[in-house]
Design a protein around this ligand. Structure first.
Ligand SMILES: NC(=O)c1ccc[n+]([C@@H]2O[C@H](COP(=O)([O-])OP(=O)(O)OC[C@H]3O[C@@H](n4cnc5c(N)ncnc54)[C@H](OP(=O)(O)O)[C@@H]3O)[C@@H](O)[C@H]2O)c1
Length: 289
């Protein structure tokens, strides 16, 4: 059964946005923050400020925690009573999430871990989504409250799974950011601004995203024989980019590890395979085919 009473502990940039989103969707929100003044804006919007974590937790069946790091979250969870549901939206590692879930279970507290994929300003908009793992019961019981933040995705009962997804999406995001910055650096040597380059990069990346469906099929099936873009073709392409970057005075360092993986695949006799086959050198514990 869904509840309208929700407690939010931690009112930094993200926690404040979460509490405000809950208020907008008609929830009865109790808040606590180490620096109490940060609750004032939310109290003006209808939230109730608690004086202690224990008082805040007692006010609602579900307690959302969003603080700086897992160490702070662990300290704050100590006074939470058995029977409560905790949704921890503090960023942490998969192991930290699993440890907190085990600790919560030992105290009779139901634990759901979450990774927020949005900046505070996007909370409650269609651009925001949150990935959850841990207690399915907590996810189902408090789904209406969680949906206040954005689309909610439950990814499994292992509490660490949401944080693994977080790491994975951050890898893809950082690679895109770093790729764009390198792109701006090299094209910029021809007098082109980042704004001028952006529309072409956007169209290019849209095509790349479509290509990822082929990559996903290849790596899941470990079948690289029919790929659109071979190891050998990409070795040649990267050699050109690396040489041209050096000639233009732009560091090619970020591409060198990928080139090294392609060279190893070629040396192992896989030059005609799809370039996606470098995954065989990245995955731990999988024997190369
Ligand atoms: N901001 C984002 O775009 C974003 C997006 C996704 C995920 N996240 C994650 O969300 C979490 C919070 O981020 P944020 O941007 O809200 O950070 P923030 O603005 O720096 O706020 C940090 C919060 O943690 C509290 N805190 C820190 N140490 C504490 C302690 N020892 N005991 C009690 N409270 C403590 C702070 O309390 P005081 O007010 O008293 O200092 C504040 O409420 C982080 O894990 C972050 O990685 C953030």
């Amino acid at each position: 059964m869904s509840t309208k009473k929700v407690t939010v502990i931690g009112l930094g940039s993200l926690g404040s946005a979460l509490a405000a989103a809950l208020l907008r969707t008609g929830h009865d929100v109790t808040v606590w923050n180490r620096t109490p003044e940060k609750a004032e804006a939310l109290v003006a919007q209808g939230a109730t400020r608690a004086d202690t974590v224990a008082e805040a937790a007692a006010a609602s069946p579900v307690v959302i925690v969003c603080v700086f790091d897992t160490e702070a979250a662990r300290e704050l969870l100590a006074p939470i009573q058995a029977g409560k549901a905790v949704v921890n939206l503090t960023s942490g590692s998969p192991d930290e999430a699993r440890e907190l879930a085990a600790w919560a279970a030992s105290r009779g507290v139901d634990y759901l871990d979450g990774a927020v994929m949005a900046v505070p300003a996007a909370i409650g908009t269609p651009d925001a989504f949150v990935m959850y793992s841990g207690s399915r019961e907590v996810f189902d019981a408090h789904r209406a409250a969680l949906d206040s933040f954005g689309a909610s995705h439950f990814l499994g009962e292992d509490a660490g799974v949401a944080e693994f997804h977080d790491l994975g999406l951050l890898y893809a995001g950082y690679a895109t950011l770093v790729g764009f910055l390198n792109s701006v650096a090299i094209v910029g040597t021809a007098g082109v601004t980042a704004r001028e380059l952006l529309p072409l990069v956007t169209t290019w990346l849209t095509g790349m995203v479509a290509y990822l469906a082929d990559v996903a099929r290849e790596v899941d099936e470990r079948d690289y024989t029919d790929g659109a873009s071979s190891v050998a073709i990409n070795q040649v392409a990267l050699d050109k980019i690396i040489a041209a970057s050096r000639a233009a005075g732009v560091s090619p360092d970020l591409l060198l590890p990928f080139k090294e993986l392609l060279d190893r695949r070629a040396a192992d006799g896989h030059a005609r395979d799809s370039a996606s086959s470098v995954i065989e050198l990245l995955r731990p514990g999988i024997h190369p085919e």
